[in-house]
Design a protein around this ligand. Structure first.
Ligand SMILES: Nc1ncnc2c1ncn2[C@@H]1O[C@H](COP(=O)(O)OP(=O)(O)OP(=O)(O)O)[C@@H](O)[C@H]1O
Ligand SMILES: [Mg+2]
Length: 498
């Protein structure tokens, strides 16, 4: 089959940051009306490659062509003029502005010197319409959940003449329904002849939406294949240069002893009458669609949100955490969904890894680098964090590698009760495997885990039991033979199993 003329050609792109060669031979060709996936391990150079397209980074070398003509993209405005839109990995939505304001930011029309509010609302509504999304235009974006903020970002990028849309992990925090909705939008754009570069670590999505895939490894393009003519195994092989064990199943280490008991829990954030128990060494999965209360449950348990009614007992003793610090003193650990909450971007990888383990690091208030360094090195190695050194500021790491550090912070210490909210979002397939293994290993020493995730296969493989939330309530708790994908989805969607 002959390809149409490429819209975009990137050949032999190179880019260096200080001592790190982020790109050594980035090569990519995209034709109009195709969805082209970009795959590669954390730190492979995917974001760097697309930041060259947006004008955010100037390449050191390589050739860039647009519809056959050599071009340079020196600034964001150059990219915009060509019809290139990039949706970044880090969200760019402003919390204190409303949904409508965020959607029209920088493109406000004025009447008599004032922003035309009615017109602003109308355009914002149209942008959401194009995406098939309903959101209250007057709400502050800061009050929205992360997936909703992401939808704003996508809707905003679809204004004006778009020829190439780049999405850097757009679905990292979306539930299955939102992903379906996004895919419908992407297919619509493809039909209009728009080219789409789609970065994701989720192979099932790549097969569902992409026509072709280009794989990057260590800053170098390994190859481009058609999704119809390849397999997951082949792609993983191209990405990591080795094959991975696929059996995720782990042995259960759940004991009888109850370590956490929640009864009739309600919160101002929408949880209603939540009741469940967590046992020693158990992995309790928590699944629910967007808005079901998954993140709210994790936050309430960790003392990040206030509890309006109900009781929480830790090892039989009633607790009422007023802050995460108090929860930590009682042996709880928490990896939040929005990793930026736990990231200290100016501090080093080593410091970010040890904030959760003060008792390991300091005695009488003194730092104990002798203990801290080996701990940091071990974590960096186990999770394959790609960093020049453990002294590197977190901000210099790729998105996925930053996430590994924040998740690793809690795995580095022995936390009796660990609450993980979507811990593998944005993490590459190889590191996911290591993370699963680590979680499994922790349960053998008695750690209990509440694992909240938007990825059902990962939950089904790891969880001993599954708590399914629907509109803030417990729709059911499944175990044993009842714990099937079908049952979980039915509870999540309908709220009952009857
Ligand atoms: N501004 C920067 N300063 C220093 N190093 C950087 C900078 N941006 C990226 N790097 C480095 O360049 C390499 C490639 O990073 P990049 O963000 O392109 O990876 P990625 O493929 O997008 O990974 P991920 O899947 O984790 O998002 C990494 O080693 C990263 O640490
Ligand atoms: Mg990236």
């Amino acid at each position: 089959m002959s390809e149409p003329e490429p819209l975009l050609t990137m050949a032999g792109m190179t880019k260096r940051f200080g001592g790190v060669q982020a790109l050594r031979d980035g090569t990519l060709e995209v034709v109009p009306g195709e969805v082209h996936a970009l795959l590669g391990e954390n730190g492979a150079g995917k974001s760097t490659l697309v930041k060259i397209l947006s004008g955010a980074h100037r390449p050191d070398g390589g050739e860039l062509r647009w519809a056959g003509e050599p071009i340079t993209i020196a600034a964001l405005s150059d990219a915009a003029r060509l019809g290139i839109r990039v949706i970044y990995q880090q969200l760019n939505v402003i919390g204190h502005l409303t949904v409508a304001q965020n959607l029209t930011l920088g493109r406000e029309r004025t009447r008599f010197g004032l922003v035309d509010l009615a017109e602003t609302r109308q355009r914002a509504a149209a942008a959401l319409e194009r995406l098939g999304v309903r959101l209250d235009l007057d709400r502050h974006a800061g009050d929205l959940r992360i997936a909703e903020r992401q939808l704003i970002e996508i809707a905003r990028s679809l204004t004006g003449e778009v020829r190439l849309l780049v999405m850097d992990e757009p679905t990292a925090s979306l539930g299955e329904r939102e992903v379906e909705r996004l895919f419908a939008v992407i297919r619509g754009l493809r039909e209009q002849g728009i080219a789409i570069i789609y970065i994701s670590h989720k192979l099932n999505e790549v097969f569902a939406i992409a026509d072709r895939v280009t794989v990057l490894r260590d800053g170098q393009t390994v190859g481009t294949v058609r999704t119809g003519q390849t397999s997951e195994d082949e792609l993983i092989g191209m990405m990591v240069g080795r094959s991975l064990g696929h059996d995720l199943t782990r042995e259960s280490h759940a004991g009888d002893q109850v370590v956490l008991e929640v009864a009739g829990l309600s919160t101002g954030t929408g949880l209603r009458d939540v009741t469940f128990q967590l046992h020693t060494g158990e992995v309790l999965g928590v699944y629910g669609l967007l808005g079901s209360g998954r993140t709210e449950l994790a936050r309430a348990l960790f003392g990040a949100d206030a509890i309006a009614a109900g009781t929480v007992k830790v090892r039989g003793a009633e607790v009422a955490f007023r802050s995460p610090a108090e929860a930590m003193r009682h042996g709880l650990g928490f990896v939040p969904e929005e990793r930026a909450q736990g990231a200290f971007s100016l501090l080093s990888v080593r410091e970010n890894l040890s904030v959760a383990s003060p008792e390991l690091i300091s005695r009488h208030g003194w730092l104990r680098p002798a203990l801290e360094r080996p701990l940091a090195r071990r974590m960096v190695e186990t999770l394959r964090v790609r960093t020049a050194s453990i002294e590197e500021p977190l901000a210099r790491l790729s998105g996925g590698n930053q996430q590994k550090v924040i998740v690793g912070r809690w795995l580095a210490r022995e936390t009796p009760i660990l609450i993980l909210d979507d811990p593998t979002s944005g993490i590459d397939v190889g590191a996911k495997d290591e993370l699963y293994r680590l979680i499994g290993a922790m349960t053998t020493t008695g750690t209990s885990v509440i694992l909240s995730s938007s990825e059902l296969p990962e939950l089904l493989a790891l969880a001993d039991r599954m708590l399914v939330l629907h509109q803030g309530r417990v729709a059911g708790i499944l175990a044993g033979n009842e714990l099937t994908q079908h049952n979980v989805l039915r509870l999540a969607v309908q709220g009952t199993n009857g």
